[in-house]
Design a protein around this ligand. Structure first.
Ligand code: PMV
Length: 315
């Protein structure tokens, strides 16, 4: 066999990985916690070819979105494949084909799903080609995080915790949530998350950021365990504003939130203030707004979708 294929889901961080304490090994300054988005996936196919180098092309399948990766994105992807080949001691070459079923580069964590899918696919291919055993999931997650930190969390469902070099699944009381991302803008973002990790250290607010994130993480895990939804909402709300405040207070400020993001956030805030209930809401390094509902909040989800009818909701 000379072709392998694998898929992996995206994930949305409720406690954000922002800032690296070791850029070469993608070690985070703080622990992070994510919910896995099983409807938003990337698929990667690897084909072994007798070429002198690896190359990338879009994967053609009926249910994926064919957006070309820019050159920098392709190179980052191929560098990760080279790292995996080196790990297995393999010297041959592949055509890498990949696609998402959602728009990439729009703060919908496409690097997480695409790097997880590449790692999963390459581990299968390379283990077979080198007659080595398939690495355990925890090892695959760790290898994946070397390419894109957040991708390590995509190996676990529904909750994933990344602390130092350990990435594990977490069993919390909320087993299944309904996820919707309000797509206010689907174009590529101006500042990549890799750039954001480097820039935030220039913010004066960054000094205590690891402590703030760690304390919030402990409280959030307790809330998600004890089913304290309102408190979980508050912690997640504070957390994404904390990250966006780092962006806007960097020595050269930058940001992702648009007027449309603010419209969505106000709608959610109003619902919470009026009803004392609502979705958990978070915004990654992009303008789009992620909403998480408990299964019994279907009617509320429809009500919000109606109020935001000018935007596409994916999930
Ligand atoms: O994995 P990276 O380097 O693309 O960084 C992801 C950073 C955020 O998405 C903003 C937060 C997170 O924890 O996923």
């Amino acid at each position: 066999m000379s072709k392998w294929i694998a898929s992996a889901p995206a994930n949305i961080a409720l406690i954000k990985y922002m800032g690296k304490r070791d850029a070469a090994r993608n070690l985070a300054c703080n622990p992070s916690l994510s919910y896995t988005l099983s409807n938003l996936t990337s698929t990667v196919e690897l084909e072994l070819v007798p070429h002198l180098e690896d190359s990338w092309e879009p994967l053609q399948t009926p249910d994926t979105i064919k957006l070309p990766l820019n050159l920098a994105g392709q190179q980052r992807f191929l560098n990760h494949l080279a790292r995996l080949k080196q790990h297995f001691g393999f010297q041959g070459h592949f055509i890498v084909r990949s696609a998402n079923n959602f728009p990439h580069n729009a703060g919908i964590a496409s690097s997480a799903s695409s790097f997880a899918a590449l790692t999963r696919c390459a581990c299968q291919a390379l283990a077979e080609l080198t007659s080595r055993s398939l690495p355990f999931i925890t090892e695959q997650a760790r290898l994946s995080a070397l390419g894109s930190g957040s991708s390590g969390r995509s190996f676990f469902q529904p909750w994933a915790l990344w602390q130092d070099e350990n990435i594990t699944g977490l069993d919390l009381a909320y087993k299944e949530l309904l996820h919707k991302v309000v797509v206010v803008q689907a174009e590529a973002k101006a500042v990549s998350s890799s750039e954001a990790h480097a820039k935030v250290s220039s913010s004066l607010l960054f000094a205590n950021r690891p402590e703030r994130a760690t304390q919030r993480l402990e409280k959030l895990i307790a809330c998600l365990q004890n089913q304290d939804w309102p408190q979980a909402f508050e912690l997640v709300w504070q957390e994404f504003w904390d990250m966006h405040a780092l962006f806007e207070t960097a020595s050269v400020p930058f940001g992702y939130l648009t007027a449309e993001s603010m419209t969505v956030l106000r709608v959610v805030r109003d619902i919470w203030q009026r009803e004392g209930d609502g979705p958990i809401v978070t915004v990654d390094a992009g303008p789009n707004v992620h909403l998480l509902f408990r299964p019994e909040q279907q009617a509320m989800q429809q009500q919000i979708a109606q109020r935001l009818h000018q935007f596409t909701l994916l999930g």
